[in-house]
Ligand binder design. Structure first.
Ligand SMILES: C[S@@+](CC[C@H](N)C(=O)[O-])C[C@H]1O[C@@H](n2cnc3c(N)ncnc32)[C@H](O)[C@@H]1O
Length: 531
């Protein structure tokens, strides 16, 4: 029996749905659809289980995986879960002629725990953790699976863990999920469970230039799991474009044999504590010698979090309007866009004030009458009841973070961006602060010269997190745990040479004619001395 009349082996159905559904609605339910060729590839993994009869599709959407599976075997018995009434109605219509498919309008995480399946296939919802009631779900997972996770764990990994728990003997699972958890702290416990379950077989990481999913700010990976005791290792593969799919198909066809031993790691050698990027990406740091931990030089700490930037930040005119005296205003860089160059000078700060930018932070300790009035406005607007302010005493106190000599930007497209804070002002969370220890502080310029180079960026890159679309993020600890070249290794003459180029570069930036050739020269010196 054929399922539906529309062309099922394409994404026409999803495109039609997206055309008539608002992006807000799609975002609310995390409705980013799997491209059909990917769904088909994942379906092939399930089809490889010769005993395949029962299928679970936990985040059904418009059933792209069911369509791909039914193309191979129309007798499969499929159960789907979907939480959104709207898309559920459309999916019901689509599959109404197929008695083998039942779709349930229910939350997958709270239902169906006692059933097991021969095949589970899914593109789970991806939310930022606080968009979802994680606490109750974590409890459910702990009771059912006996796996304790932390509150930052993302819902998509919880779907994955539940599905692995629901695999029949010889059952197979194919999941497409953001690769973020492979390289993040909350992923450690998830990775531990995956290793313990002994079901993980392949991790296929997408290095596509474009996003796999339209609009979704995330990078993708496919996890192939099998509950069959036929392998004791995981293979990591990278795919750069659709042509690489042929290779993944061969990998799937040859299971349980591996085409090559490349990038395979025995379960017992997989370390859940480290970023798994080590297993699938050549580490830049390996190209250099004389590396030391970044922590030898200093410490990265996130910038000041106010909990309500609009309220706490002041431009000169806003300060005037509320009569806030200078002594209550802490000079502070509030937006990344206000500091686009590698050097932020006193003159730059002056210019921002002249242009009436928000460059002050309210420091309301021992408030005078005007500040008290402004605080009363804050209470009226319930600024004092926000997540961060409510946990402070008094609610308007600000974190004690002295200005740091170097800032580093948090989100980037082209690796890390460092800024020398010559104005000696504070910063909000748009930058992290870099504090140097007493040994490296006298060498701030030399260190900063190093931070400007591609060599330093490449090495830091080993520790980045990715958010798709080429956007990268570094948490303070990603940098703290990074390696860097040991600057102690430089002789005095080389140091002097670097500092000369550094001064020339600085001057060119201040003159608004940045001359990158000076940084390239510094870069060349590091390559010469450390490779
Ligand atoms: C990322 S989409 C994937 C849809 C489809 N499987 C695909 O790959 O094209 C996730 C789907 O899961 C649904 N969903 C979100 N939370 C859910 C939950 N807790 N239980 C079941 N379905 C959920 C969303 O409404 C959405 O349709």
């Amino acid at each position: 029996m054929q399922v539906i009349k529309t062309n099922i082996a394409t994404n026409d159905i999803e495109s039609e749905y997206s055309k008539f559904t608002s992006i807000e609605h799609r975002k609310k339910f995390a409705q980013f659809f799997t491209p059909f060729p990917i769904a088909d590839l994942m379906a092939k993994w399930l089809i490889g289980n010769k005993a395949l009869k029962t299928i679970l599709e936990p985040a059904f959407g418009l059933g792209v995986f069911s369509r791909a599976l039914l193309n191979y075997n129309e007798n499969l018995k499929i159960k789907g879960f979907e939480i959104d009434q709207n898309i559920f109605g459309k999916a019901k219509n689509l599959f109404e002629e197929n008695e083998n498919i039942s779709i349930n309008l229910q939350d997958y995480m709270y239902n169906d725990w006692d059933n097991k399946y021969d095949g589970i296939i899914c593109n789970p919802p991806y939310f930022k953790f606080h968009d979802y009631d994680n606490k109750n779900i974590l409890k459910e997972i702990e009771v059912r699976i006996g796996c304790k996770l932390n509150g930052f764990t993302n819902l998509y990994t919880l779907f994955l863990l539940k599905s692995i728990y629901q695999l029949n003997k010889n059952g197979r699972a194919a999941y497409i999920i953001p690769s973020e958890f492979l390289n993040s702290d909350y992923g450690k416990l998830v990775k531990s469970y995956l290793i313990k379950s002994k079901t993980l077989r392949h991790i296929i990481v997408f290095n596509f230039k474009e996003n796999v999913f339209d609009d979704a700010l995330t990078t993708a990976s496919i996890l192939l799991c099998a509950n069959d005791n036929k392998s004791s290792k995981v293979q990591f593969s990278n795919v750069g474009n659709l042509n690489d799919f042929a290779n993944i198909e061969s990998i799937i066809e040859n299971y349980p044999n591996y085409l090559t031993e490349e990038q395979t790691v025995e379960f017992e050698n997989l370390n859940p504590e480290i970023k798994w990027r080590t297993y699938y990406q050549e580490q830049n740091a390996l190209k250099y010698k004389h590396l030391v931990p970044f922590a030898n030089y200093g410490k990265v700490v996130r910038g000041i979090a106010t909990g309500a930037n609009d309220y706490f930040t002041f431009s000169p005119s806003k300060a005037k309007e509320f009569g806030i005296a200078k002594k209550y205003l802490l000079p502070c860089i509030c937006k990344a866009i206000d500091s686009k160059k590698s050097f932020f000078t006193k003159k730059d700060f002056q210019e921002l004030q002249t242009n009436n930018k928000s460059v002050f932070l309210l420091n309301a300790l021992n408030p005078d009458e005007n500040v008290k009035t402004y605080l009363a406005i804050g209470e009226e607007q319930e600024v004092n009841k926000k997540f961060l302010t409510a946990s402070r005493n008094p609610w308007y106190s600000i974190e004690n973070r002295p200005p740091s000599p170097i800032w580093v930007s948090v989100f980037n497209r082209n690796g890390l961006r460092f800024i020398r804070n010559e104005a000696n002002i504070s910063n909000l969370t748009t930058f992290h602060c870099i504090y140097l220890n007493m040994f490296s502080a006298p060498k701030t310029d030399l260190l900063f010269a190093y931070l400007l180079t591609d060599v330093s960026r490449q090495i830091f890159d080993d520790n980045r997190r990715e958010y798709g679309n080429g956007l990268q993020k570094f948490e303070p600890n990603d940098i703290n745990k990074s390696k860097m070249l040991d600057l102690e290794h430089l002789d005095t003459n080389t140091e002097i040479k670097i500092l000369e180029y550094y001064k020339l570069y600085r001057q060119s930036v201040l003159d608004k004619k940045p001359n990158e050739s000076f940084v390239n020269k510094i870069n060349g010196i590091f390559i010469e001395h450390y490779t």
